[in-house]
Structures are given as C-alpha cells and as structure tokens.
Design a protein around this ligand. Structure first.
Ligand code: FAD
Length: 522
C-alpha cells in the first residue's frame, strides 16, 4: 500500500529515483538486505532517466568500498575487469605545504594503520626517534610501496585481501553500468527507464508517487532520492533546505579531462596524486586504459579560463603539446548538505543529500555508508519511520560535519602564501569550531583515541596523523618527553618497519603487471 495509508502500514515497496553510482549502490544494499524469494520481502525498483546524464566523475574510493563490494556478493576480478579499476593505496599530496620554489614537497596519506606493536610510535617520531624519516615512512611501509610503483597484493592473496590495505580507482560510468547488471540479475532489482516529470504528495506531505513520461505514476511506500545535485524529491518537491558550506570549503567548480597514456604499458601509480595549485588542487588518477584528471577550484579566487589553463599546464608536464587537444568539461559543484536527509517517506542518498568536494574521495564513502545504514535499519512499517529518520538525520549530519573538518584540515595547515585562496584558508574564523579546538590541543600533545570518540566517524586518528605530520604540524613535545621512556622498543619498531619495507618491495608486483594478471587469471 502506498504512503499515507495508515501509520501501521508495512513497507513493501521502495522506489529509488536516479541511476548514478549512488542510486545503484542504494538499490543493491536495499535489495540485498530486504528482498526475499517469496512475497514477504520488500520490492526494490529503480527508475532513471535515459536523457539526463549521470555526473560521470568520482573515480577515487577508500578501503571501506571493499567491504561493501564483498558484502554485495561482487567478484573482485569481475569488478576490476568491468570498471577499468586499479588499486589505490594512498593519496600523495604534492605542493600542499609550500608553493613549488625549485623543490617540491610531497607526503602520502596511506591506508595502512601506523605500525603499533603495543607502542604508539607517534610521540617517539616527534622526538626524533626515527632520524630523518618522514612520519609515514617511519610508521608504515605503504608510502614506499607506492613510490616503488607496486600493487598491494600478491596473486595468492584472497579476493579483497592484500599485504597492505587498499581501495580502488575506477571508471564511474562503468561502475554504474556494472552495478546495474549486478542489481538486476543477481539481486532482483526492477529497472525502469523514464523521466520523472512530477512528484505527487499525499495529504500529510509524504510522497505518494512520482509521475513519469513512460509509465505514468509510480507509487511506493518509501522513496530514495538519488537524482544528484538536482535533489528532485527531497530538495525541490519537499522543500528541504540546503546548508551551504562554501564559507569553510571554498572550492565550488571542477574542470575535468580524460587523458590517454603515452604508451600501452605506461606504469600506473597505485595512489591518487593531488597537486595543489593557485586556487585549488588537481586530481590525477590512473585507470587501466586512461588517466582521469581535473582541477578543483574556487570561482571566487580565479576564473574559468584561467582554471582550464592551469589544468592544461599541468597536463603538458606529462603529455607535452597533446595537452592542448584534450577535451575538458566544467562541472559546477554544490558544496554543503541538506538540512535533513530523511523527511517523511523520502530519503536522499548521493549528491541529492550533500557533497563537499572530491578531496579524500568522501562522496562514494558517505553515500555507500548511508545506503548501508538505511538498509540495515530499514523501517518495517510507516510507524517506525519517524524515530529512524531522526537518528539517520543526526548521524548523517554528523558524518558530513566530520568530513568537512577533515577536508578543511588539509587546507588550513598549508603554509602556501602565493595567493589569497591559500592565505584565506588559514583564517581561524573560517575553521569549524571542533577542528580549531583539536588543533589547539594537538599543539600541546599528539592526537589520541580520546579525540575520536565516535566509532562511526568516517575519518579516525590514523587519517589525522598522516595529514598533520605529513604537513609538518608542530606538537611541542618538550614538556612531555619524560612520559615516553620506551625509546629502545620504539627504535626496534622503527627498524622493523624499515625491514618490512625492504621485504615487501622485493615481493610485490608492479601495479600494472598485477592488474593485468588479475584480469587474465581472476
Ligand atoms: P548523478 O551521477 O548525478 O546521478 C543522478 C541520476 O539521477 C542520473 O541517473 C539521472 O538520470 C537521474 N535523474 C535526475 N533527474 C531525473 C529525472 N527527472 N527523472 C529520472 N531520473 C533523473 N566521489 C568519490 O567518491 N570519489 C571521487 O573521487 C569523486 N570525485 C568527484 C569529482 C567531482 C568533480 C564531482 C562533482 C564529484 C565527485 N565525486 C567523487 C562524487 C561522485 O561523483 C558521486 O558520489 C557519484 O557520482 C554519485 O552521484 P549521484 O549518483 O548522486 O548523482
């Protein structure tokens, strides 16, 4: 029975509107959790327009995606083959600390946790216990594995397991197509191609149906708005407002380009390269058949022609004059999130819900996590909805706020002085309060787990450590030194990491070779 039919009504049919990666991930999670072979389960239908394109970007992920793909019953080798996927072990941040001035600064934010054999090595590194080694190289092998161009696993590793932790780079359009096949053939999702032309509300303000050009009105008990930035159901029809976060995160446009490799066997970096530029930063992602690149910039600090020139200049360094011929696409971005993500019987997942910017690949991460949350805590009846909606809204808002803290961290630690964009990013008044407080605390002691009390936060202490100390953040250790007396053990642990780095770099395959073998042998 459709919405508005009574508060103890069972929820039997979910309609997902929109078939980008968010829509298909949501449909997969819901169908996996709720469908059953007999009529007792919940039907999941997805309707998408054949005329309105998906955003078509979103090529970086974080390790949580592995759990999701495995949970959904996806074969890793099939996924790699079908989505032109490669492995990602880190983001390498180039020139974020200083504008290049003869020398370039770079650090890795890797996915492996810092080595910790019962002893937190951070204070010992801060006190100089690892000599000249960077933080990441002192506590993890993974930056060195990336710099050596190696993949994260050997062929005898099981699917979704590696010698180091990893995520993927992937072709976003191919992922949506791959998930379409999986959802419809393996998970029983019904698929309809139609344009939604209107949204019909019931008397209580919930959604009764969406009107389509091809199938007339499509009714359901719960609607999942995955219509991208347009937020057709939750934003436009239900009037849930948008909280703009451009006062904290300034970038609001991207100019993207797909770039061919210079040769078929060109090495593929096993990390995203993020290079800071005058009014933002450039992503560079190696897929199997091409690179995906783009300059993310703040239109208040530059203009669109200049932004395109910055991207072409960057590409010229690797592909020469061919950079002038590469097709580019400008993408405006809405930076912020909705006041609510679940209103009455409508839940927004995907960019209809919120989006900050591509740094740290938080889009798919949050959308996948919130789709899973909805599926895991799905309301059996209409009456169960309001309480779940309230909790969902609190949690998702908290997730976005913590994502914003972490993204802003990268900008506010920069010492770049070349443009107003970078100087303004250090303005204390524009830092979220929690981040400002944490930074003040971490100047007097290194971060501890007590600073990260919420186990559902998407970024934890490890992520902060790599960025803070990769960016040369200074914690005054002088008053604390007497607390850290395990110097012999620390030296042994640092030595162990060095030894493991030598061992692993001798054992792991070059990234492209690994991908080729997986594609061939599975
Ligand atoms: P879309 O892809 O826009 O899909 C919207 C869907 O709604 C489409 O199927 C469309 O047909 C349908 N639709 C719209 N209106 C109607 C209608 N009237 N009737 C029927 N159907 C309709 N995320 C990451 O995780 N990592 C990254 O590295 C990353 N990089 C990014 C870079 C940029 C520049 C941008 C802008 C985003 C990036 N993202 C990234 C985010 C990523 O692109 C999104 O998470 C992902 O693509 C999900 O988008 P979506 O499905 O919400 O929306």
């Amino acid at each position: 029975m459709a919405a508005g039919g009574g508060h103890d009504t069972l929820i039997k049919h979910v309609l997902v509107v929109g078939g980008g990666t968010a829509g298909w991930l949501a449909a997969c999670h819901l169908a996996k959790a709720l469908r059953s072979a007999d009529a007792t389960g919940v039907r999941v239908t997805l309707v998408e327009s054949a005329d309105i394109p998906t955003i078509g970007v979103g090529e970086g992920t974080v390790p949580a995606i592995r759990k999701s793909l495995q949970h959904l019953g996806i074969d890793e080798a099939d996924f790699i083959r079908e989505c032109d996927a490669t492995f990602k072990q880190s983001i390498k941040f180039v020139d974020w600390l200083h504008a290049p001035n003869g020398t370039s600064h770079a650090y890795h934010h890797v996915f492996d946790y810092p080595a910790n054999n019962g002893l937190d090595l951070t204070p010992y590194w801060l006190m100089g216990g690892a000599g000249n080694a960077s933080f990441v190289d002192a506590v993890s092998v993974q930056g060195q594995v990336c710099d050596a161009g190696l993949g994260p696993k050997v062929m005898t590793n099981r699917q979704y397991e590696g010698l180091t932790s990893y995520a993927y780079h992937l072709d976003a359009a191919k992922l949506a197509a791959f998930l379409t096949g999986h959802a419809t053939s393996k998970l029983g999702v019904e698929h309809k191609l139609a344009n939604v032309t209107d949204v019909v509300l019931a008397e209580d303000g919930s959604i009764k149906a969406v009107t389509t050009d091809a199938f007339g009105d499509l009714e359901a008990d719960l609607f999942v708005d995955c219509t991208g930035f347009s937020s057709l159901l939750l934003g436009q029809k239900m009037g849930v407002g948008f909280i703009d976060k451009r006062d904290t995160l300034f970038v609001d446009h991207a100019v993207a380009a797909q770039v061919p490799y210079t040769s078929a066997d060109a090495p593929i970096p096993c990390h995203t390269i993020s290079t800071a530029r005058e009014a933002g930063w450039i992503w560079d992602i190696g897929l199997t058949e091409r690179r995906g690149t783009g300059y993310v910039y703040a239109a208040d600090y530059t203009d669109h022609d200049r932004a395109e020139a910055v991207l072409r200049d960057y590409l010229r360094e690797s592909i020469g004059d061919a950079a002038d011929e590469v097709a580019t696409r400008r993408i405006p971005m809405r930076i912020g999130y909705r006041e609510k993500f679940w209103e009455k019987n409508c839940v927004a997942i995907g960019m209809s819900q919120g989006f900050v910017e591509p740094l740290e690949a938080t889009g798919l991460l949050v959308f996948d996590a919130t789709a899973r949350m909805l599926a895991d805590q799905f309301p059996p009846t209409q009456a169960a909805m309001p309480l779940l909606a309230k909790r969902f809204n609190d949690r998702v808002r908290n997730a976005w706020d913590r994502v914003i803290d972490f993204i802003k961290l990268h900008y506010c630690l920069s010492k770049r002085d070349d443009t107003a964009f970078w100087r303004d990013n250090r303005d204390e008044a524009k830092l979220p309060e929690g981040l400002r407080e944490n930074l003040a605390l971490w100047r007097t002691q290194p971060p501890t787990v007590y600073d990260f009390p919420n186990k559902f936060d998407v970024f934890g202490i490890e992520n902060y450590l790599y960025v803070l100390y990769g960016m040369g953040f200074e914690t005054d250790m002088a008053p604390l030194e007497h607390r850290y007396t395990d110097t012999v053990l620390a030296r042994e642990d640092f030595g162990y990491v060095r030894q493991m780095a030598d061992q692993m770099t001798g054992q792991l395959l070059p990234h492209r070779t690994l991908i080729d073998r997986i594609k061939q042998y599975g």
